[in-house]
Design a protein around this ligand. Structure first.
Ligand code: SD4
Length: 346
């Protein structure tokens, strides 16, 4: 009933002249045919285009949304020039790259890995946790051992050229000394920088959610987390319900930005729950942003969060606290890789 209402409303929007009004949308084919039409959303436009292209190819071959999101995430993890995903990314404050990822499918199965070192494809390991263990989340050394036992290669511990340069610069400016026990020495905590050296915001996770030809949903999320984070820090990206959530009856959502805030509010789960209550993906993302602002004990000046979501009818949307986030939509209608700036709260 509720879904029919949503469909009708969007159909009217489409027939009213615009293909997409504001940020929410329904694929035209779906509106006309009333059947599921594949769609893929990824956080950001630069890497989202690459991820969606790869994922779309999988969908076109008849692969599942699960295969598609894994493939999309893997291609970004392979990019050694990426600041914030995969082994080429910026390290923690001890100079070590630690990776977080999770994946969830249409059957409610899920898996995550966190604080993972020297493994090229955390998203594939997350899928292995999901498919080959009775567990949901594995971390650190144990996750690495599981990766090796599962046939993944233990890579060299080397920083990429750009990460090494950024880390040296950060060390100079922060005057960070890894051996010092910050609290005992009463030394001021060295904060994670809000912006990177090049002026970009300090985060760039890839979250990718998809609906396949059967109308089934899946999602993946993979990141190195915040650059120069405290060693051992884990963000929202490997945590089901925080960085990613999928409910095949309702929709899928993923998050990017300051993970602590997303964990505090179970952000992606919250977006899906708002969609369950009948909100459109865009409205649901907006309400989750509002909740986040209500819940945070921190100053909101330095906080940026973006959510993106799709629902079971193929509607999609995104919202963020501040300007600067965008996402990529790929579907038959959008002729591949459409860039959509998030709506913003303030
Ligand atoms: C984290 N949410 O570790 C991640 C970072 C991120 O875009 O989203 N980067 O908190």
């Amino acid at each position: 009933m509720e879904l029919q209402k949503i469909k009708r409303r969007n159909l009217l929007k489409i027939l009213g002249g615009g293909l997409v009004l504001k940020l929410s949308g329904l694929t035209k084919a779906q509106a006309l045919l009333g059947s599921p039409s594949p769609i893929i959303l990824s956080t950001w436009h630069n890497q989202g285009q690459t991820a969606n292209k790869e994922a779309w190819e999988q969908i076109q071959k008849g692969k599942s949304a699960l295969d598609a999101v894994e493939a999309g995430a893997r291609i970004i993890e392979s990019d050694i020039t990426n600041c914030c995903v995969g082994l080429g990314a910026y390290p923690d404050r001890e100079g070590k790259v630690t990776l977080d990822a999770c994946i969830m499918d249409d059957k409610g199965r899920c898996g995550g890995v966190a604080f993972l070192e020297r493994i090229k494809h955390p998203i594939t390991l997350a899928r292995m946790v999901m498919e080959n263990t009775p567990h949901v989340l594995m971390v650190g050394e144990g996750a690495q051992q599981f990766a090796i036992k599962s046939g993944l290669t233990l890579e060299e511990r080397t920083l990429s050229e750009h990460a090494s340069k950024a880390y040296s610069n950060w060390l100079k400016k922060s005057k960070y000394e890894p051996q010092i026990n910050i609290e005992q020495n009463n030394q001021k905590f060295v904060p994670v920088p809000h912006k990177l050296e090049n002026g970009n915001i300090n985060h760039d996770t890839i979250g990718i959610i998809a609906m396949d030809k059967n109308g089934d949903l899946s999602g993946a999320c993979t990141t190195s987390g915040m650059a120069f984070k405290l060693r051992g820090r884990v963000g929202d990206s490997p945590i089901i319900g925080a960085g990613l959530y999928v409910d095949n009856k309702i929709g899928a959502a993923t998050a990017t930005g300051n993970g602590e805030e997303v964990i505090r509010t179970s952000g992606s789960f919250l977006v899906v729950e708002f969609m369950r209550q009948g909100l459109s993906p865009e409205e649901a993302c907006k309400k989750a942003c509002q909740r986040l602002l209500q819940m945070t004990p921190n100053s909101t000046d330095q906080i940026q969060i973006g959510f993106i979501a799709i629902n079971k009818t193929g509607e999609f949307g995104g919202y963020s606290l501040k300007p600067g986030f965008d996402y990529t939509v790929t579907s038959n209608v959008f002729n591949h890789e459409k860039r959509v700036p998030n709506s913003i709260l303030n």
